[in-house]
Design a protein around this ligand. Structure first.
Ligand code: PLP
Length: 395
């Protein structure tokens, strides 16, 4: 069966990570897995924390009757209450279970929100460099992505540039903090300025603009940092997130969306998201995982281990002359490409069996991404290869 032209075009455009993965497989077959340094995927190499397995065993030993049946499309009220309590504490606002819908990961939450709010041709601002799936998720629901660069040195929000991009068609802005691929956290002051900008533009254009805060890395933060809660600063805001990274459960597809209780027409928005979650075919988030994560809202994998990996790689690579922003959270670096062409640089790195993703895969040529959610031993073993690469390129 022929594939739609749009889909084949998208596959071609978004093939970077897959291409790198396939070439990595080839190198692994050729040289052995321990000789290849694969930094391409944001797939945590750690297992979920012990309390996840504790909760899992308790539930398996004492199953709740009917626990595998369909449920309210929004998800179990106990789970939504647990999420709401965490968000109330973080935002100091009265977030309730009715403001939360459990979703199939953060990807499911993003699609559910976009389906709910977009009319055909509505524009959604995404901030470069960005998680590449945003473009496709926006297209899924008839929207048009508008790319706006963050500051090219710090990757912080460029509020003036966002202001210039907002027009009468803008319906949403997606922010991601801690960011994939840069690892930066947007400070409270930036979110406050974003909130003020959005309200001013809402007045100017007479339409609501939703700030969608994509936060799957919110619990993966270093050096005592924390992620300011968007609800405090932006009235029409929604959090989309998951436990793919903080509890290392990406294969289980469990996440949620939560609306700011101060959002205009919040009841109507929530009704829309519950409907969208259903008709996108998700129906509801996985039942078993909802039961488990309800108990794990204050839990996470070992963040100190990620910080150690960040420090080893950051100190080594900057010592060799690579230029990069030191990440505050998540598990990525987004250094400047030492060669003007980031794809050429990634190919040069591959010759040293270092696998990376070029910046062009994030809408940002001239950079490259390192995912360090990998074994610490592999990071350490890779350092001589990095040093050779740096020498070869005369960095
Ligand atoms: N948003 C960002 C920024 C991500 O990095 C990812 C996954 O890597 C997602 C969303 C999707 O996460 P999930 O696995 O929960 O769908």
């Amino acid at each position: 069966m022929a594939v739609a032209k749009k889909i084949s075009g998208f596959i071609e455009k978004s093939s970077w990570i897959r291409k790198m993965f396939e070439e990595g497989e080839q190198l692994r077959r050729q040289y052995g897995a321990d000789k290849v340094f694969d930094f391409t995927l944001g797939n945590p190499d750690v297992d979920p924390p012990a309390d996840f397995y504790g909760a899992f065993k308790r539930l398996a030993n004492d199953p709740i009757p009917g626990m595998h049946r369909y449920m309210n499309n929004a998800g179990y009220v106990e789970t939504r209450k647990a999420v709401a309590a965490t968000l109330s504490a973080a935002s100091e606002l009265p977030v309730e279970a009715d403001h939360v819908v459990m979703t199939v990961g953060a990807g499911g939450a993003l699609n559910t929100v976009l389906k709910t709010i977009l009319n055909p041709g509505d524009e959604v601002i995404i901030l470069t460099p960005f998680f590449v799936e945003y473009r496709f998720y926006i297209d899924n629901h008839g929207g048009v992505p508008v790319e706006v660069w963050t500051d090219r040195e710090t990757f912080q929000l460029d509020i003036d540039a966002i202001g210039l991009a907002i027009n009468a068609k803008t319906r949403a802005i997606i922010v991601c903090s801690p960011n994939n691929p840069t690892g930066v956290i947007y400070p409270a002051e930036s979110l406050k300025r974003l909130g003020e900008l959005v309200s001013a533009k809402e007045q100017e254009f007479g339409r609501q603009i939703c700030v969608i805060s994509d936060e799957p890395y919110a619990r993966i933060v270093y050096d005592g940092n924390n992620v300011p809660n968007i609800f405090r600063y932006v009235q029409n805001s929604v959090i989309v997130t998951s436990h793919s990274k903080d509890l290392a459960l990406p294969g289980e597809r469990i996440g949620y969306l939560a609306a700011n209780p101060r959002m205009k027409n919040v009841g109507q928005f929530m009704e829309g998201t519950i409907f969208s979650n259903r008709v996108l075919g998700f129906v509801n988030a996985p039942a078993l995982m909802q039961r488990l994560v309800a108990e794990l809202q204050n839990s996470s994998v070992d963040i100190a281990a990620y910080q150690t990996k960040r420090d080893i790689l950051y100190n080594a690579l900057t010592g060799m002359g690579f230029e990069m922003v030191k990440p505050d959270g998540a598990f990525y670096f987004f250094p400047k490409s030492p060669l003007a062409d980031d794809v050429e640089f990634v190919k040069a790195a591959q010759k040293h069996k270092i696998l990376l993703v070029p910046g062009v895969g994030f809408g940002a040529p001239g950079y490259f991404r390192i995912a360090y959610c990998v074994d610490q031993g592999m990071i350490e073993r890779s350092l001589p290869a990095w040093a050779e690469l740096a020498r070869e390129l005369g960095i």
